[in-house]
Design a binder for this molecule. Structure first.
Ligand code: GAP
Length: 588
């Protein structure tokens, strides 16, 4: 019996997003373009609410963070300095048979999601070497599903020889052996057709463009693959104009572009997306030691709610992990759905001291929403080296603290720093040059970088909000209600206003008047068509937390009916009482 292709777990949500105007395929009328998505009327409100909430939390309500809005195309030297030109690449393989290109490190993941993978799982689970079943599949269904798998192209030859080696093979080994023409070397199979893949080659993810009218290599520029680098490039300008000094941050939101080899999982991995990034600049730990006598580390079990002058990088990093988790919870992602992953030392980039991925349990697996990295002084140092412009800050209190050291304390400090640096594999001369500047009140700040994606957050909120439930109406009729249970803070529409009927001029005018008042404060939606029950259902699918109905009683006593999306309960209240209630909920 044919195994049906596993339906994407996202299918009902994708269909709702199209039906209600959250997300459309880009350029759909021309067949679409892979990896690009458009946000419709509700989708762009959702994204805007996410961004506003992030900006409010990260910039508006803090005194130590300021904003930046830089260009997407910047001087190409920025990408040389940052390392993106040389190393921002994914391993890419091509199928030798069907010629499809794909990310070599994602082929197993892709297989786990398709019909070929499902068939392999079934055959492997049947207990190798169920050679008869494997042969039957290769001669039958396999021809349609994985026509280029070695065992499908030559079932008798291959399976006769390798039957025994399939016994006890792990799943990957089992599939890799079936893909191997020489019967010995396991081959990573193409998830589309089972064919052999080429060795992975690095593929740079930056989109190239030409600046100006002349198509000359000298005019090549890149669409930014992250917003962060502009923050480093403008560091000195912001420092000089914002009256900030470390510890302080620069935040930026905006489009980024990556020519992803295999965009997948709906909007999760797109080629054009938006980021919300903070670069939080801190003093090096050695400066803290000079200023405060001692650096507070996590071992001291500090209270992480209120930043202190004596915090070292480790405490700042953990502080930002906590802050970011709190933000995700505040806009409606349950704590249990958020999975922080602390990268192991071997996984860290060479300049990073720590990195935590905040992951969300998506229907297609636990995947990254945000990375929070302690990046040392790597980025500013690189830009100083490549631009020839100083990225140092002058720290007056530090210079004063250093001046108070007597000769013995000064020498001991220098030796301690040199010993520490050399123990971490750095040169003694480099360490001495660093300390000399530090004692003069100068250093290149270190950075903690919480870097989040707007589109991934929108997808996580949609996945979290989506629910189907059985409801029974007053007449005992049961139906399926599809509802998006967004937090009111991010819901695209906060309140829908319905006149009970539209052909009663007085009632209609009253409803329009209330609608006009509410619209000045919140995103509202007017709906006058169809039965009230149907209007509720439409708003449930849009994720609107409240629906307000103006009826005959409104004309008598000024009260309206407010229906709650989640409880479906109704209450009568006056418009001022309603405004007060919503203010309390929506101020966040
Ligand atoms: N400046 C650091 C940086 O860009 P990243 O982990 O490459 O780090 C940060 O990206 C965040 O940007 C990710 O956690 C994700 O939310 C978002 N992001 C990255 N690539 C993406 C893509 N192809 N599609 C959608 N979002 C993406």
């Amino acid at each position: 019996m044919a195994t049906p292709a596993p339906a994407s777990k996202l299918d009902p949500l994708v269909s709702l997003c199209k039906r209600r105007g959250f997300i459309f395929q880009s350029s759909e009328i021309y067949g679409g373009i892979n990896g690009f998505w458009d946000y419709g009327p509700l989708g762009c409100e959702l994204k805007s609410n996410i961004k506003q909430s992030w900006w409010k939390t990260m910039v508006r309500t803090r005194e130590d963070i300021v904003g930046l809005d830089a260009t997407i195309i910047m001087h190409p030297a920025i990408w040389k300095a940052s390392g993106h030109l040389d190393t921002f690449s994914d391993p890419m393989s091509t199928c030798k048979h069907c010629k499809k290109l794909m990310r070599a490190d994602q082929t197993w993941e892709m297989l786990a999601d398709n019909e070929f993978g499902a068939a392999m799982t079934e055959l492997h689970a049947a207990g190798a070497p169920e050679l008869g079943r494997v042969t039957a599949w290769c001669k039958g269904r396999g021809k349609g599903i994985a026509p280029n798998l070695a065992a499908v192209r030559n079932p008798d030859g291959i399976l006769a020889v390798m039957g025994a080696s399939l016994a006890g093979a792990t799943f990957r080994n089992f599939v890799s052996l079936l893909a191997s023409d020489n019967l010995v070397t396991p081959v990573q199979p193409c998830p589309y057709c089972g064919g052999e893949l080429t060795e992975p080659r690095p593929f740079n993810l930056m989109f190239k463009t030409i600046v100006g009218p002349v198509e000359d290599p000298a005019n090549i520029a890149y669409l930014r693959p992250e917003t962060a680098q502009a923050i480093f490039a403008q560091f000195q300008n912001v420092l000089a104009t914002s009256r900030q000094s470390p510890p302080f941050g620069i935040a930026q939101m905006g489009k980024s572009f990556r020519n992803e080899v295999t965009p997948r999982n709906y909007t999760f991995r797109s080629r054009e997306f938006e980021q919300m990034e903070l670069e939080f600049f801190i003093r090096p730990d050695e400066a803290i030691e000079l200023l405060c006598g001692r650096v507070t580390t996590l071992a001291d079990m500090p209270d992480l709610t209120t930043p202190q002058d004596n915090w070292g990088w480790q405490v700042w990093h953990t502080y930002w992990v906590e802050q970011r988790l709190a933000w995700y919870r505040s806009v409606g992602l349950p704590a249990a759905s958020l999975v922080p992953y602390w990268q192991q030392p071997a996984e860290l980039a060479h300049y990073a001291r720590a990195c935590v991925d905040i992951q969300y349990a998506f229907p297609f697996g636990i995947q990254e929403l945000e990375g929070i990295a302690a990046r040392s002084d790597f980025d500013l140092t690189q830009h100083q080296k490549h631009s020839g412009k100083s990225m140092e800050v002058f720290d007056e209190p530090l210079k004063l603290a250093a001046a108070k050291l007597d000769e013995t304390a000064r020498t001991a400090f220098v030796e301690r720093v040199v010993a520490d640096w050399t123990a971490r594999g750095k040169g003694a001369d480099e360490a001495r040059a660093f300390v000399a500047k530090l004692l003069d009140g100068r250093y290149i700040p270190h950075v903690i970088e919480p870097s989040a994606g707007v589109d991934r957050m929108a997808l996580a909120l949609l996945c979290n909000a989506y629910a189907e439930e059985q409801v029974t109406d007053d007449k005992g009729k049961t139906e399926t209600r599809t509802v998006l249970r967004f937090s009111p803070l991010v819901a695209p529409i906060k309140i829908a206003v319905f006149p009970l009927i539209k052909n009663k001029p007085e009632l209609y005018a009253k409803a329009r008047e209330i609608f006009g008042q509410l619209q000045r404060r919140w995103a509202c939606f007017w709906d006058e068509s169809g039965a009230i029950g149907r209007r509720y259902r439409r708003m449930d699918e849009a994720g609107t937390p409240y629906c307000l109905t103006v009826d005959f009683q409104t004309l008598e006593d000024g009260t309206v009916t407010l229906r709650d999306r989640d409880t479906m309960q109704q209450e009568r209240l006056t418009v001022p009482a309603l405004k007060e209630k919503l203010d309390e909920i929506l101020l966040g």
